[in-house]
Design a protein around this ligand. Structure first.
Ligand code: ADP
Ligand code: MG
Length: 483
């Protein structure tokens, strides 16, 4: 018999098949698609992973699965080894730019006027703390952390899993993981500030002796300006260099401010050199940022850049439930929660806004919190909501229109009006989403693609023959179009 030729690609593909069956498609794409098989030698498969972080994450989260896959494909002697590419473009400058004698930013003149550390003196001069009012002598660095923004109430979902996991890892091991800096980016209202505080609080809880500081870049800028006026830039930079963990929120404020970027550059280098942790948040990824010096942008990419996305419906539901609970509302109609989750899809801040206005209205007018009240409040106060054109949303609109509960769509009933809402939902899902017929079927009570096709045809027939139905469907179409 001819010996089967096994190469690293074949082996890895077999492993991928096993892995694929055991994890979600999203996790598969994120964590396994970027891995490249390199070599197979003596039952040892070597794969290349994009970064140190990748390696740590895979080992931390998928070790069992990988082990099983390798043993299944290569037998009990099978082993997996990782290779991590070294960034060539950066590595040269990386090293040299990390050495920052503090004197590089102190002019001879200012050194003479304002010695920072005076040799031979017993006491080291206190560096002014821009977080305390002038006149208050004691250097008492408060973390400026908000206890209400913690990990416990930062709801996890696919939208934030990576950033959350990395943030948590940092808090357990500040400055010692591959995620330095941790660069978190997203649109507004998706939890950057919350996560930034949570990381700080958890770090403090784990390591009370470390000096952790949260600062918004706007405050940082103001402090820089004040320091420049009083000619104390050195003190300013030294103050920041004395901390152990620096969390700087909304770094985009430093855009087109070269002097402040330079100060931050020196602080950053110092942190990196001393293995101190930096966490940065921004409204854009490092690749999309404008108005920043290249050397700073490239440093933002040294660690991990992780984004926060709009939470999916299930996560929105969890967030709403948790916010209501935190506001002391425990017994609320599930339908209200569902309704809020499908109406507000832009960001978490809007969800909070809606909840607050609903709670205010309900307590002010002693009204019960009903879907009707939620609807009124959202229409009135949350003006800029955008509807997600998902099958869920379409089903909700169709059922609302016919005044029927959504769950009937998933029933096996063949009653005419129920079949009609099921068929109409399929018809509009085909019209307004990019999903395949079988995907639509799966979301409409586990029907196959032929059923969906049949449903769409029968609705088209009804539109052509039944005036009343045509009018109803036109109305629904208008609602969907205006969403
Ligand atoms: P950003 O800084 O990205 O603009 P924030 O951190 O200020 O967003 O978040 C806006 C609001 O939404 C905050 O009140 C925050 O507590 C809340 N929030 C965001 N994401 C989550 C989440 N995953 N779980 C719970 N609350 C969240
Ligand atoms: Mg923010």
């Amino acid at each position: 018999m001819k010996e089967k030729v096994i190469d690293c690609h074949t082996v890895w593909n077999e492993c991928l098949k096993i892995i694929k069956e055991n994890i979600s498609p999203q996790s598969f794409d994120t964590w396994f698609s970027p891995i490249k098989p390199i070599e197979l030698k003596n039952y040892v498969l070597t794969v290349e992973v994009p970064s140190m972080f990748f390696h740590e994450f895979i080992e931390g989260n998928y070790w069992e699965l990988l082990k099983t896959a390798i043993k299944k494909v290569l037998g009990i002697n099978g082993k997996l080894e990782y290779k991590i590419p070294i960034s060539t473009s950066e590595s040269g400058s990386h090293k040299s730019s990390m050495t920052l004698p503090t004197s590089t930013i102190s002019t001879a003149e200012s050194q003479a006027k304002k010695p920072i550390f005076v040799a031979g003196e017993q006491e080291v001069r206190q560096i002014p703390n821009p977080f305390v009012l002038p006149g208050i002598k004691k250097l008492n660095i408060k973390s400026q952390l908000n206890k209400n923004l913690n990990f416990d109430n930062f709801i996890e979902g696919d939208c934030n899993r990576l950033a959350r996991a990395a943030g948590y890892a940092i808090a357990k091991n500040p400055g010692k993981t591959a995620f330095n800096p941790l660069f978190i980016y997203s649109n507004v209202g998706l939890g950057k500030t919350h996560l930034a505080h949570a990381i700080g609080l958890e770090t403090k809880a784990q390591f009370p002796e470390l000096t952790v500081l949260y600062v918004n870049a706007e405050t940082f800028i103001q402090q820089y300006v004040d320091a420049a006026i009083s000619k104390n830039i050195n003190d300013f930079v030294h103050f920041y260099q004395m901390l152990d963990v620096l969390i700087i929120d909304d770094i985009e404020f430093l855009s087109t401010k070269p002097k402040m970027q330079e100060a931050f550059f020196h602080i950053f280098n110092f942190y990196h050199q001393k293995n101190k942790q930096i966490v940065i948040t921004s409204d854009k990824s490092p690749a999309e940022m404008v108005g920043f010096e290249q050397r700073l942008l490239s440093r933002f990419k040294w660690g991990l850049a992780a984004d926060l996305q709009v939470p999916d419906k299930d996560t929105r539901i969890k967030i709403i439930r948790s916010k209501l609970y935190n506001n002391g509302i425990e017994d609320i109609d599930e339908e209200v929660i569902e309704y809020l989750a499908y109406r507000i899809v832009t960001n978490v801040r809007e969800i909070e806004g809606a909840i607050i206005s609903i709670l205010a209205q309900s307590s002010l007018n002693k009204k019960q919190i009903t879907v009707e009240l939620a609807k009124q409040m959202i229409d009135k106060f949350v003006l800029n909501t955008v509807h997600e054109m998902s099958v869920d949303y379409i089903q909700k609109v169709v059922c609302d229109y016919y005044n029927m509960p959504v769950n009937l769509i998933f029933s096996v009933s063949r009653k005419r009006d129920i079949v009609h809402i099921r068929h109409s939902s399929m018809y509009f899902s085909k019209k307004y989403t990019d999903l395949s017929l079988s995907q639509i079927g799966a979301k409409c009570g586990n029907k196959d693609h032929a059923t969906v096709l049949h449903a769409c045809r029968s609705i088209e027939n009804l539109i052509a023959t039944d005036k009343k139905i045509k009018e109803d469907l036109n109305n629904i179409d208008k609602i969907l179009k205006n969403s």
